[in-house]
Design a protein around this ligand. Structure first.
Ligand SMILES: Nc1ncnc2c1ncn2[C@@H]1O[C@H](COP(=O)(O)OP(=O)(O)OP(=O)(O)O)[C@@H](O)[C@H]1O
Ligand SMILES: CC(=O)N[C@H]1[C@@H]2OC[C@@H](O2)[C@@H](O)[C@@H]1O[C@H](C)C(=O)O
Length: 398
């Protein structure tokens, strides 16, 4: 192989598509992935677009979170519709990056989670764990002409894992440092933390869902300001409120926070029934809307500090916590997080403050995961998901 072919083979463009638990839309990233001499890879963000779901589609996705409404025909048709929307998002970001589909080696698509059941259920004598992400990979491949890797999580579950979180594998590749222990905190719908000890090996990384990210904040805001708001933009409501200690103490009793690792959670836990229960209580106690929003914002920051104290601090004293995900755009939440972490000696910074894009991070992760799938390299972290072995995740549609 001459040196020119060598260079060509060491670098490729990959598209990553992510739709998170907030159901806000489709994040699409074009990434140049380069093999590094030390056997690792680097990733450069070439293009990024966020396409909000059309309001009616978003509403229909929410109906699929309720098992009684999620009939098989609705799931089947939404699976194909989302495949179409993901293909359009991929083609759009490729064009805006100045590339064409033939330049792209593979698309990695997370899909839309509609159900996540990592705990074991017994069915006809078998141990069943399952998770459902929709957005048909075959449709994405057919519309774009690019191979698509989709449906990553079931492979990890098939070997005993929780099928989540998957992003930590890529955080190890991209963020590890020789001398600093880093916490990477994503605040999406759900909050999740990755611990990357200074100079660690892949086996020493661990991660887990800390609990709700923006899910409770969004949930109460949507109900308290119907038709007006779906999120507390810039933390404007929380800023006007006062923390209600009684409510905060009650919410802190939620058993998920003290559940042992590995653990992951979702809308099944902190979704609409949880919001119903919470708002019934605040109504009974006549707690003002802005105080409810301030209190659940504080709870979210507390749950992250609590997770650090409970599962991390005794093993690894962290130097910094890098916050990503939509929650990093809520300055009140970030300020509460600083109040939690900085007295413990952990500096809090956003992904933007360290030169990365918060918005693109998970889409970049699915580009890297798909790249590993095509290379037939394992891409789960058993330590993180609880799987009993490394496995190659993802289903390939050519
Ligand atoms: N300007 C803003 N002000 C306040 N909150 C914001 C702002 N922008 C985004 N958010 C919050 O971030 C959420 C979206 O976050 P993100 O896109 O990271 O979630 P996700 O990827 O869907 O979730 P997950 O990572 O759990 O799958 C919104 O629902 C909102 O709560
Ligand atoms: C089942 C599912 O979609 N889980 C999400 C969710 O959103 C955040 C957290 O809960 C994490 O476990 C996961 O997503 C990210 C992308 C992950 O797997 O790392």
């Amino acid at each position: 192989m001459n040196s020119e072919t060598c260079v060509m083979h060491s670098s490729r463009y990959v598209v990553g598509l992510m739709s998170g638990t907030s159901v806000d839309g489709i994040d699409a990233a074009v990434v140049r992935i380069t093999d590094e001499p030390d056997g690792g890879v680097s990733a450069e963000l070439i293009g990024f677009e966020n396409t909000p779901y059309p309001a009616a589609v978003r509403q229909e996705i929410f109906t699929l979170f309720d098992p009684l409404q999620a009939t098989v025909n609705k799931i089947g048709s939404m699976n194909v519709l989302l495949g179409e929307l993901y293909a359009e998002a991929a083609l759009s970001v490729i064009t805006s990056a100045g590339l064409s589909p033939v330049d792209i080696a593979v698309i990695g698509s997370h899909g839309q989670t509609i159900y996540h059941a990592p705990e074991s259920e017994q069915l006809h004598g078998y141990d069943i764990h399952y998770t459902v992400q929709i957005g048909e990979g075959s449709v994405i491949a057919a519309r774009t002409g690019i191979p698509c890797v989709s449906d990553f999580r079931p492979a990890d579950m098939a070997v005993g894992g929780q099928g989540a979180p998957l992003v930590p594998f890529t955080e190890y590749l991209l963020y590890r440092e020789a001398h600093r222990t880093l916490l990477l905190q994503n605040i999406g719908g759900i909050g999740n933390m990755t611990v990357i000890p200074a100079g660690c090996s892949q086996e020493q990384v661990y991660a887990f869902d800390t609990g709700p990210g923006n899910m409770i904040i969004d949930g109460v805001v949507e109900r308290l300001y119907p038709g007006q708001l779906t999120m507390d933009i810039g933390g404007a409501i929380a800023r006007q409120g006062t923390i209600h200690e009684g409510l905060l103490n009650l919410l802190m009793q939620e058993p998920y926070y003290s559940q042992p690792l590995p653990k992951s959670t979702g809308r099944e836990h902190f979704g609409s029934s949880y919001i119903d229960w919470l708002l019934d209580y605040t109504k009974d106690q006549s707690i003002k809307a802005e105080d409810v929003v301030a209190t659940v914002t504080k709870l979210t920051a507390w749950s992250i500090g609590d997770a650090y104290r409970r599962y991390v601090r005794d093993h690894h004293s962290a130097d910094a916590l890098l916050v990503g995900g939509g929650g990093s755009y809520n300055p009140v939440l970030v300020e509460f997080l600083r109040q939690e972490m900085e007295p413990m000696g952990v500096q809090v910074m956003t992904q933007e403050e360290v030169g990365y894009s918060s918005d693109a991070k998970e889409a970049v992760a699915f580009a890297l995961l798909a790249d590993h799938t095509l290379k037939r390299q394992p891409n789960n972290l058993p330590n993180v998901t609880g799987a009993n072995r490394p496995i190659i995740m993802g289903k390939i549609s050519y």
